[in-house]
Design a protein around this ligand. Structure first.
Ligand SMILES: Cc1ncc(COP(=O)(O)O)c(C=O)c1O
Length: 359
């Protein structure tokens, strides 16, 4: 038997495996997970019933074309079905976008720090990642991103609001940026947290996409709609981008459970968005309490807050965990804390107050 292992692509060397948010500790006194930007509310009864009904047929493949969901989305967003593509979470669709546009020799631009999956999926595609630092205020530096475009650029991610800082770019600056991007470069507006945006100057990417064939919008059912565990997201994009996405998608990637839950969630949107409204109120409470305590926290339009703690990040994360809330540290940089259950947010705020006294 040969000792040689199968040859793997050299591009995989050094690419980290995606790191999920840490789960809440089992068996602790109270343990809340504020590390993955999930929705703390359990599924709505009606949505759960539809999923249970779909589960009775899981010996069958799902509808590969996601017909029911596509029709529902087309109506909800006023777009043609041919401009939609679904995937296993919006990260699955993002990976398809890279497969469709970028390979060795190409460049992909995104802000940094931003969503952790961007460097991973970019490097897996073989393309070169061009990371443009956020401004001092932790916002996308769109001028610098436009300056970074070369003839090799194929795709640009704009995460709006940005994960993990929660900051959002506004209409005028985004339009100015889009005007500078050549029409053969795809701009992906990743709007995973769109439903939490309350600043009216932050544009809805779907409105921008309508008049710009090189803009694609990513949305997900994982956050506001509370379906993170079912894995379903989608893109709105013009032809031929949407058609390419349907080609590159993993066949049958979206389960029937996920499709039926997504349709039921869109039909129960009023109730779900009511819950989002409560989370936005909690976000305001947490943000204002942190500012009152003396922390510098960037304005957030998402379901989390960002604290740039530098070298104190790991210590603060450990203090939170000890108190019963698991947060998301980025070593040496800062901490992202999801807005969760009111009690979880209280524990976090008490910990922040106590930590500040120790500094
Ligand atoms: C900015 C952003 N985009 C995409 C995703 C992926 O979400 P999903 O694959 O669950 O749709 C996330 C999840 O954390 C995110 O923060």
């Amino acid at each position: 038997m040969s000792e040689t292992s199968p040859k793997l692509r050299a591009v995989l060397d050094g690419i980290p495996t995606y790191k999920p948010g840490k789960p809440a500790a089992a068996g602790g006194p109270v343990a809340y997970k504020l590390s993955s930007n999930e929705n703390p509310y359990p599924p709505l009864p009606g949505v759960l019933e539809d999923v249970i009904a779909a589960a009775g047929n899981f010996n069958r493949y799902p509808d590969m074309a996601c017909t029911g969901l596509m029709n529902e989305l087309a109506n909800r967003f006023g777009v043609p079905v041919s401009h939609l593509a679904t995937g296993t979470g919006s990260v699955g669709v993002a990976q398809s976008l890279l497969q469709a546009t970028s390979g060795p020799g190409d460049e992909v631009i995104y802000a940094w720090r931003s969503f952790e999956a961007y460097p991973i999926i970019t490097r897996i595609s073989g393309a070169t990642a061009v990371e443009v630092p956020l401004t001092a205020g932790d916002v996308h530096d769109l001028d610098a991103m436009a300056d970074a475009i070369t003839e090799r650029t194929r795709l640009i991610f704009v995460c709006n609001p940005n994960n993990p800082t929660g900051t959002a770019v506004r209409r005028a600056e985004l339009e100015r940026f889009l005007d500078r991007v050549p029409s053969d470069v795809l701009v992906v507006l990743d709007e995973a947290y769109r439903e939490f945006v309350r600043d009216e100057d932050v544009p809805d990417g779907i409105e921008l996409y309508r008049s710009r064939p090189n803009v694609a919008v990513l949305r997900t059912f994982s956050k506001a709609y509370g379906l993170a565990g079912l894995r379903v997201g989608f893109a709105v994009a013009h032809e031929p981008v949407a058609a390419a996405l349907r080609k590159t998608a993993v066949p049958f990637g979206v389960s029937q459970l996920a499709q039926d839950a997504a349709v039921a969630s869109l039909r129960a949107e009023d109730e779900l968005l009511g819950r989002v409204g409560s989370l936005v109120c909690e976000r305001k409470r947490v943000y204002e309490a942190l500012v009152d305590q003396g922390w510098t926290v960037p304005d957030t339009q998402a379901n989390f807050v960002w604290m740039r703690l530098g070298e104190r990040t790991a210590d603060f994360a450990a203090a939170c965990e000890k108190a019963g809330v698991v947060v998301r540290p980025f070593a040496g940089e800062g901490l992202r804390v999801t807005i969760g259950e009111d009690e979880a947010n209280d524990i976090f705020l008490h910990t922040a107050q106590a930590f500040l006294k120790e500094l």
